[in-house]
Design a binder for this molecule. Structure first.
Ligand code: SF4
Ligand code: SF4
Length: 372
């Protein structure tokens, strides 16, 4: 299974409308963070290190739907924190679906089975389940035994009731390509639509700092994983564009387009993206688009971005490239990304090196986020 045709059609129609209006920067996916509180404390998480009074805050149903309307993106991703902790999440989801937007509710699934009754299967609703690998790897990444089994049980329960389900897999340092390939094989047996994968962003305030991959290492890892995949019988499905996958495999020199995935959370509209949290907030979506100095961000432009290959920054770029070069995208879709030879060059580094007061390791692993 891949992304349903109706979803592809609506997104394509939306992009065409934006092009016809002459919009240079437009949102594709709203990242709606309704809370930062979580029932896990994963090693690579950069979202939960807030004081209690912030963790207790919730985006209200009214504010969430206002953000959806202001933004106008055809897809709304709801990460967190753990969205299922939010008591009004069913109303938020219902309101978004009523607007015919496609919702990806990102959850670690610990609460999913007990809350499934609060939701109705719909082509507009997908549960995106956090699974960072096979049982051992996932339970280690989330720092709690038994989490993998509960997530898998919840996936099966959701699929049995007819819900759309994907898996959201973040890769960290020390991954074994064969293990990841085994996990993708297993994930395909669960009846999910696909896996969304990304190298972990190096949040400065994540509980552990030695878990993050550098850019070059990320690309090498993805090439090895895809090589392992070529020897497998099962066909993997990814919930991502083929050119984003080509980018992960080191074949594209993309610049970030953070406006494609704007973020709204308990602080307001976060500049410039879902990952950076110390760059200020805007009071409205219009204010975000107009007052953010977009040219300050992206690989080579800002030390905080140099290690980033996250889909919230580069999937929008890949979609733009797909529109400009559909045959290139089709070629990758049909035959997979190139896995040997030179990688596409990195964009030139235009910033002066490191952010004030912060040392950047030789391989530029250090990410610099969060206020101190
Ligand atoms: S990564 Fe997700 S599941 Fe893990 S602590 Fe952070 S918000 Fe919770
Ligand atoms: S490169 Fe990454 S961290 Fe920087 S603006 Fe883009 S998405 Fe955000």
């Amino acid at each position: 299974m891949t992304i349903p045709l109706v979803q592809t059609y609506r997104i394509a129609r939306y992009i065409l409308e934006q092009k016809l209006k002459g919009n240079k920067r437009y949102p594709l996916v709203l990242m709606l963070e309704p809370l930062f509180q979580c029932n896990l404390a994963c090693s690579g998480c950069g979202k939960i290190d807030y004081p209690d009074e912030i963790l207790r805050k919730r985006v209200s149903v009214e504010d969430a739907l206002k953000a959806v309307d202001e933004c106008g993106a055809p897809v709304v991703s709801i990460p967190g924190g753990e969205p299922l902790i939010h008591k009004e999440m069913p109303q938020i989801v219902e309101g978004i679906i009523a607007r015919k937007k496609f919702v990806y509710l990102c959850t670690n699934a610990l609460l999913l089975e007990q809350k499934l009754d609060q939701y109705t299967p719909s082509p507009y609703l997908t549960f995106s389940i956090h699974l960072d690998g096979n049982r051992e790897r996932h339970d280690k990444a989330v720092d709690r035994e038994g989490t993998f089994d509960r997530a898998v049980s919840a996936i099966k329960a959701a699929r049995a009731r007819g819900f759309r389900v994907t898996a959201n897999c973040t890769l960290y340092a020390g991954e074994d390509p064969e293990d990841v390939a085994n996990f993708f094989d297993y994930a395909m047996t669960l009846g999910i639509e696909g896996v969304m994968m990304s190298p972990g962003y190096s949040y400065q305030h994540a509980p552990k700092q030695d878990v993050f991959l550098g850019r070059r290492k990320s690309k090498e890892l993805f090439r090895e994983i895809f090589k392992a995949g070529k020897k497998r019988k099962s066909k993997w499905h990814f919930n991502q564009s083929s050119l984003f996958i080509d980018f992960l495999a080191g074949n594209q020199s993309y610049q970030c387009t953070p406006w494609a995935n704007p973020t709204y959370n308990v602080f307001g509209w976060q500049k410039p993206c879902y990952l950076l949290v110390d760059e200020g907030y805007a009071t409205s979506f219009k204010d975000l688009m107009e007052s953010t100095d977009w040219e300050k961000y992206g690989v080579g432009r800002n030390p905080k971005c140099d290690n980033c290959m996250a889909h919230c920054g580069y999937e929008g770029t890949a979609v733009e490239h797909t529109i400009a070069s559909p045959l290139t995208a089709l070629n990758v879709f049909l035959f997979g990304p190139r896995l040997d030879g030179e990688m596409a060059p990195e964009l030139p580094v235009l910033h002066g090196g490191q952010a004030p007061g912060v040392a950047i390791p030789v391989d530029r692993i250090g990410g610099l986020t969060r206020r101190d």
